[in-house]
Every structure is written in structure tokens, then in C-alpha cells.
Ligand binder design. Structure first.
Ligand SMILES: Nc1ncnc2c1ncn2[C@@H]1O[C@H](COP(=O)(O)OP(=O)(O)OP(=O)(O)O)[C@@H](O)[C@H]1O
Ligand SMILES: [Mg+2]
Length: 273
């Protein structure tokens, strides 16, 4: 994950660098000195048990939450010093289980992703509408364009929020459980699409997933996290290539679950024992 040289290489300035992030809610410490270096254009998946702090970490990266200590850099810039406008352009965020009670149409919800590019007191222009329509058909939800966002299914809402983040054209895309409400086909399609976008547009993707096999199949790197248990061990059990991070020993350490690795047509899969 890091360049391993210890020194500040050129790539060090790019991507997302998280340095010594700690956060407590009240007296409950959730994150303790988390440091990660995430290469520009890579797809990195955070995995770990419920409540270990994945959403909290994404919110800190997006500056929705201020850490007690530590810093986050995007392409070399400290996010705490960035203007809100710049942050809104470079960082796309799809939260876990999004809900809204406003009866906007799907197209209207997606086009709000263009707002960081629309001059003050203006409305979205032709180019913004074109980009919105392109993304709606790329994600294959164009048939829902004129439906009310409040009257579509949970999975469809999730796809709409992913579309909204895509029209924003961010350089960092944060996705919190992007597949949780999706059917089998849409899970695979969406994960493939996320990879394609990352590769074709050099977008750094940081997402959370609960399925360790999806994390293995669709990530360049995996960060396996655990809940703090007061014994001094940090949150990060392992980080690196899916093969290196998702070993049975590391999974046991994060979840307390025994798994074995099976080889299916050259692909490594994790199976509970
Ligand atoms: N606003 C809050 N106030 C107090 N405690 C919170 C708050 N938000 C989260 N927590 C607690 O912090 C811990 C980490 O929460 P977080 O949402 O980051 O976990 P997570 O890893 O995303 O879990 P999940 O896999 O269930 O989504 C949990 O124990 C949660 O109950
Ligand atoms: Mg979460």
C-alpha cells in the first residue's frame, strides 16, 4: 500500500494519505492512530465487523467528522485547509442507507451532483444535463429518470446515489456499502463499474463492503479493520493486496471466524469452516 521506501516518493503526494487518525464518541474510542497510504487511481476496500469504525473513517476522510487527532491529505493537500467548494469538487460520497423525504425526480437528484460546477445563482446547463443523462444510462437507470426518488426501491435509490457521485466527477470516491441493497446482478455490475471508472478516470475509490469475497475480487487493496478492545492492538489488522490481507489468520483476528481459502479456477475464495 505504501511505496515501502519510507521516503517521500513522487506517488506519495498523490492519492489519499491518512495520518494517525483517532476519534472517540464521548468516552468510547473508536479509531486509534489509523494511518493508510492509498494510491491514486486504486480501488481500496475497508472490511471489518459492524461497529469497527468504517463509516466513521469515511466521514473523517470527507470532513463530515473532525478527528480528535490526525490528518487526511488528498493529492498532497491537507483537507482541513481546503475550501468547502474545492472539497465538494474533488470528493464524492455515497453514504450508507441514504434516505430523503423530498419528492425530487431521480434526474433532479442526480443533477445535484453537478452543483459544485454550477456558478452561483445559476441553474445547471446543457453540459450538466448531458452528463447526467449519460451516467443514468451507464448505470442503466435511465428508465427511472422521471420517477420520484421517494417512490423507487432501496436498491434503485442506491444506484441513484452512485450516479449522483459519478456526475460530480470527483478524484476521490467514497462509497459506504455500495452494494448492500442491490440484487445479485446489480452487485456485480456496480462493482465492475466502480472499477472501470476508477481505472478509466484515475479516480481513487475507498469503499466499504461486507462480503469478503467481493472485497477480494474487486479491490486493488484491502484494509481489514477490527474493533478496539482495549488491549492496545490498533484498528488495522492488515492492509495490502487482497491475497496478503485476507488470510484466514487475519480474518480470525478481525471477526473471530474460522475460514479456509479455496481455489476456484485460479480464483481464491474464502469459505467459512
Ligand atoms: N454519532 C455517534 N455517536 C456515538 N457513537 C457512534 C456514533 N456514530 C457511530 N457510533 C459508534 O461508533 C462505532 C463505529 O461506528 P461506525 O458507523 O463507524 O461503524 P461501521 O464499521 O461503519 O459499522 P457497520 O459495518 O455496522 O456499518 C459503533 O460502535 C457505533 O455505535
Ligand atoms: Mg458503516
Amino acid at each position: 500500500m505504501d511505496d515501502g521506501n519510507g521516503g517521500p516518493g513522487i506517488r506519495d503526494a498523490e492519492g489519499v494519505r491518512i495520518e494517525g487518525i483517532s476519534l472517540s464518541y464521548g468516552c468510547a474510542k473508536i479509531l486509534d492512530g489509523v494511518s493508510l497510504a492509498i494510491r491514486k487511481g486504486s480501488v481500496v476496500t475497508l472490511v471489518g465487523p459492524n461497529g469497527c469504525g468504517k463509516t466513521t473513517l469515511l466521514k473523517i476522510i470527507n470532513r463530515l467528522l473532525k478527528p480528535d487527532s490526525g490528518r487526511v491529505f488528498v493529492d498532497g493537500s491537507d483537507i482541513s485547509k481546503m475550501s468547502t467548494h474545492r472539497l465538494a469538487r474533488i470528493m464524492g460520497y455515497v453514504p450508507q442507507g441514504h434516505r430523503t423525504s423530498f419528492p425530487f425526480t431521480v434526474k433532479e437528484v442526480v443533477i445535484t451532483g453537478r452543483m459544485p460546477y454550477v456558478p452561483a445563482f445559476s441553474t445547471p446547463g446543457k453540459e450538466d444535463i448531458k452528463k447526467t443523462e449519460q451516467v443514468l444510462s451507464l448505470i442503466r437507470i435511465d428508465r427511472l429518470s422521471d420517477h420520484a426518488y421517494t417512490q423507487i426501491s432501496g436498491g434503485e435509490r442506491q444506484l441513484v446515489m452512485i450516479a449522483r457521485a459519478m456526475v460530480q466527477e470527483p478524484s476521490v470516491l467514497l462509497l459506504d456499502e455500495p452494494t448492500s441493497y442491490l440484487d445479485f446482478r446489480n452487485q456485480i455490475q456496480t462493482l465492475k463499474l466502480i472499477r472501470e471508472i476508477s481505472k478509466s478516470r484515475d479516480v481513487t475509490v475507498i469503499m466499504t463492503l461486507h462480503d469478503p469475497n467481493h472485497a477480494m475480487m474487486f479491490s486493488d487493496e484491502v484494509v481489514l479493520l477490527r474493533r478496539l478492545n482495549g488491549n492496545g492492538a490498533g484498528n488495522v489488522v492488515a492492509s495490502g493486496s487482497p491475497e496478503d490481507a485476507m488470510t484466514p489468520q487475519n480474518i480470525k483476528s478481525a471477526y473471530g471466524v474460522e475460514v479456509e481459502i479455496v481455489d476456484v479456477k485460479g480464483r481464491r475464495l474464502l469459505m467459512p469452516i
